[in-house]
Design a protein around this ligand. Sequence first.
Ligand code: NAP
Length: 252
Amino acid sequence: MTSVLVLAGTTEATQLADLLVEEYDVDVLSSLAGATATPNYRAGRIRRGGFGGTDGLADFLLRHPFDAVVDATHPFAAVMPFHVAAATIATATPSCRLLRPPWTPTAGDYWIEVHDLPAAAAALGPLGARRVMLTVGRQSTWAFVDFDAWFLVRAIEPPERVPAHHLVVLSRGPFDLDSERALLREHRIDAVVTKNAGGTSTEAKLVAARELGIPVIMVDRPAQPQAMMVSGVDQAVAWLDGTVGLGSAPKP
Ligand code: NAP
């Protein structure tokens, strides 16, 4: 039986685990950092918590060998992809990085692209933003606590540090265009701040902002290691099939 370690924390990681277990009979272990109390998980085995750096992950892979590793952590996971790249090289374990394509601006968008969260907060002043929709994840709201405006903070779980004037909305995507348009209108939002996560699940806010002429402060992704890259679940399955073999066909 083929065995695959999936470094998880994304929709793609969940979909990949489901597909490999249910369609290809692969032994999948999905690894979660453990930051989210209510993760979206179904098929295969699950473990939670860090490995203890590159050495800890390499040690784990020596003690529990896998045929392959798929790093499907979030595009804004800045550390884990480097640990995976180094540990899989050290243990000669085939690996790939599953990274969904970033969003790109289209006609009618008004984006301010910035390199990090402090730069995103700094960009709000020149815009004259007074009512900001903040969708950067619950662990990234700290960067905005000193900016004097009202914030609509949307996150899956309660953020730790929030600006003084705010409303927290707890919800998990996907979000549709009608509800995003209504949310921006209802709260009279004049700027949206988001990370360039890519994907369809949370993209509707960008379309709504475009329609309503609202500027979007877009935080660029962190650097990625040099690694075998795939951009989606199907490509990851094809890479696994070509690298370790998944059998002749999916189960009927
Ligand atoms: P990170 O900075 O790359 O990783 C920090 C540490 O968390 C790593 O050194 C590792 O600890 C542990 N870790 C990360 N992902 C792990 C996994 N899948 N399994 C086991 N340990 C993991 O990542 P992060 O930004 O803190 O994100 C943590 C998790 O949340 C990731 O799995 C990511 O996919 C998910 N997530 C992140 C974001 C975001 O915006 N950053 C958004 C949505 C989901 P050790 O060194 O001890 O192994």
